[in-house]
Design a protein around this ligand. Structure first.
Ligand code: 6R9
Length: 648
């Protein structure tokens, strides 16, 4: 698909937007000219206890410091709830659908406020204080949204942990974050599978042992089966929480106080918790969701992301609620109990905006057009995606078959570190190009740099960087500011380095070419290959390993692992055993597509494993393996190829 496939905004006649090309350009110009003035104006979107007068303060140089709205005071739960109690108390804030549990629960702003206050009281009663961390490990149930907002209300920092992490993964994060309380569920359902959340949490807490500071565990009962409860530590969520008062005076926070942290993967082994600050983050969540989604009364936004991802934070919880919209969550899968399940739900709940992942789009595309065509999807007006690159074919399928060519598709590019959308179209105003994440939102100074770190203007390809701070920017990595500076600000001094590669075309549209570091993206989930290699390095039977990402038709990328066993261990080590070890240690999401035991790994003369070559071999690229003369022992390649291609 060439850059010339362009869908003009006029194609979506009558698309409701209050913006025009001129107003958008004016915003971009104003943000460039007067950064502080622009953002202080945007900060008016949210409710402040004391309005800020200061914009950005800090620097991307040296010991990087990022501060926004420093003299402002606020409470984020007030921005999302209390401010709507006067005019939207009875409007539905949250639709929470659970597969197989009948009609969805609908919580109005008043009801959500009540529940948040009860939990805020309960957490306070348990001794949780401002600044302390609370881990949330829940499936997509209403309590997940309540828990995040209740933490925000008492000033505790929430750490939402992904349900796909293993007990080891959870233990490591509980210890690293110093969490004092946990909110979890007895089980989660994933289609026909039951995932024992509480049991995993018990194992994690046992493994963390004295290193964990967790004193209380609240358990949402999601099944009728009893789960073991440790007296003194564990409480049944509703038995405990529902008796508390329905009001709680919000703790007033400084704009720069942390709101939450969220673990993500980078190119080194240890997972890192990205820290976001109250003021900048909520302004950014509100601004970005309004620019791209522009929720209006009557809109139902269903973002299918798990709350444990940044998309779940900004596009499920904080953005929609800060803007007074209706947000929907569901623990359903697109094809369970039958293909087209999500289309049933779109019709049943009259979803107007569906925001999902390219992986989900590809999976639903594989089920065929008939499945979609059997449903009434006339409620939809906007389709969104984020998380991974989408091919123009899949984009067009989403647009033509799901959106019936009526609904714009907003491909939005962002990261845990960016807090919200950075690249994305303004539907109805800007042209769309299938496969491109469009253009930067006003206020974002995107840059592309060449291999020498020089900013290139105009049509360019290289490293995707951001030249100026924006309010939703991550402030640090929890407990490791040096790593924060090193990871994001040294590759191209003075700029924020995203880790992605991109091409910019003549119209200023960005085309993401993928990660430039050793991070792979499996169905939108970031996994550092070093994380996998670290786990394998702990097994004494393994001499060395190399993890690589290969293209996968549905998941975007899949994990393939090469193992060089110790000579004396070659017989006891099996490829299945290695795969099991990875899922046990990291979680189900990291399950490899293939594991290959090989006698040796291809290396450069300086001893570095040539992952690029392994990636090609694992992808079945039999030609163009490139120049092998730089390898210490080119014959190794033959042995690796035999193992892999013999198995294909
Ligand atoms: C929001 C989110 C971030 C990484 C990012 C990039 C990839 C995200 C994308 C995309 C192509 C898009 N990514 N959006 N790639 N097109 N529209 O996914 O955050 O989990 O931190 O992942 O995802 O590689 O660097 P996160």
């Amino acid at each position: 698909m060439s850059d010339h496939t362009v869908i003009q905004p006029g194609h979506y006649k009558g698309y409701p937007t209050t913006m025009t090309r001129a107003s958008l350009d004016a915003m971009t110009r104003q943000a460039r000219k007067d950064q502080d003035g622009f953002w202080l104006e945007q900060a008016e979107r949210v409710h402040w206890h004391k309005k800020p007068t200061r914009g950005f303060e800090g620097s991307f140089e040296g010991d990087v410091s990022i501060k926004w709205f420093e003299d402002g005071l606020l409470n984020v739960s007030v921005c999302c709830l209390d401010r709507y109690l006067t005019d939207k108390a009875d409007q539905v804030a949250l639709i929470a659908h659970r597969e197989g549990h009948g009609p969805a629960e609908k919580l109005t702003y008043a009801m959500l406020h009540e529940r948040v206050c009860r939990l805020a009281n309960a957490l306070t009663h348990l001794g949780v204080e401002k600044g302390q961390r609370v881990a949330i490990n829940l499936p997509m149930v209403s309590e997940a949204v309540v828990a995040m907002l209740a933490c925000a209300r008492i000033g505790a920092v929430h750490v939402v942990l992904f349900g796909g992490f293993s007990a080891d993964g959870i233990a490591e994060r509980l210890v690293d974050s110093g969490s004092v309380a946990v909110i979890t569920a007895s089980v989660a359902y994933r289609g026909a599978k039951i995932i024992p959340f509480k049991e995993m949490m018990d194992t994690a807490l046992y493994k963390a042992g004295a290193d964990s500071a967790v004193h209380s565990v609240l358990v949402v009962r999601t099944s009728d089966d009893a789960v073991p409860m440790l007296p003194g530590r564990d409480h049944d969520y509703h038995d405990f929480v529902d008796s508390f008062e329905v009001d709680f005076v919000p703790v007033i926070m400084k704009a720069e106080d942390p709101l939450f942290m969220l673990y993500t993967s980078g190119s080194t082994g240890k997972p890192k918790a990205i820290v976001h600050a109250c003021g900048g983050y909520i302004v950014w969540a509100s601004y970005t969701m309004d620019m791209v989604y522009a929720q209006r009364p009557g809109d139902v936004l269903w973002c299918t992301a798990d709350v444990a991802w940044i998309t779940g934070h900004s596009s499920v919880v904080y953005g929609p609620l800060a803007n007074g919209g209706t947000t929907m969550i569901s623990d359903s899968l697109p094809a369970y109990p039958h293909p087209g399940r999500w289309w049933d739900l779109v019709d049943e709940y009259k979803v107007t905006m569906l925001f999902s992942s390219p992986t989900a789009v590809r999976a639903m595309m594989a089920d065929g057009d008939d499945v979609v065509n059997r449903h009434d999807l006339s409620s939809l007006r906007l389709l969104g995606i984020a998380g991974e690159p989408i091919s123009p074919d899949a984009w067009l399928w989403y647009h033509d078959v799901v959106g019936k060519k009526r609904c714009p598709v907003a491909d939005t590019w962002w990261q845990t570190e960016t807090g919200g959308i950075v690249l994305g179209p303004i539907p109805g105003v800007q042209s769309l190009k299938p496969g491109s994440a469009s253009r930067p939102l006003p206020g974002i100074e995107m840059a592309i740099t060449d291999t020498r770190g020089r900013v290139v203007q105009g049509v360019a390809e290289g490293s995707l960087c951001i030249a100026r701070s924006w309010p939703g920017q991550a402030r640090t990595i929890w407990g490791d500011h040096a790593r924060f500076c090193q990871t994001y600000f040294t590759k191209v001094p003075g700029l924020y380095f995203t880790g992605d590669g991109a091409r910019r075309d003549a119209d200023g549209y960005y085309w993401i070419t993928g990660r430039m570091d050793d991070v792979i993206n499996i169905a939108g989930h970031r996994l550092g290959t070093a994380e996998v290699e670290d786990v394998l390095g702990e097994d004494h039977r393994i001499l060395e390993s190399a993890a690589v990402g290969v293209p996968h038709p549905v998941k975007g990328e899949g994990l393939v692992v090469f193992i060089m066993p110790r000579k004396d261990s070659a017989t006891e080590l099996t490829e299945e055993g290695v795969a099991r070890l990875i899922t046990q240690r990291l979680g189900r999401y990291a399950a490899p597509e293939a594991v290959y035991l090989v006698p040796d790994l291809p290396r450069t003369r300086s001893g570095k494993i040539v992952r690029r070559l392994l990636r090609k071999i694992a992808s079945g690229e039999t030609e163009n393996l490139g120049d092998l003369s730089a390898l210490t022992d080119p014959s190794v390649v033959g042995a690796v190829c035999n193992r892999v291609w013999g198995a294909m």
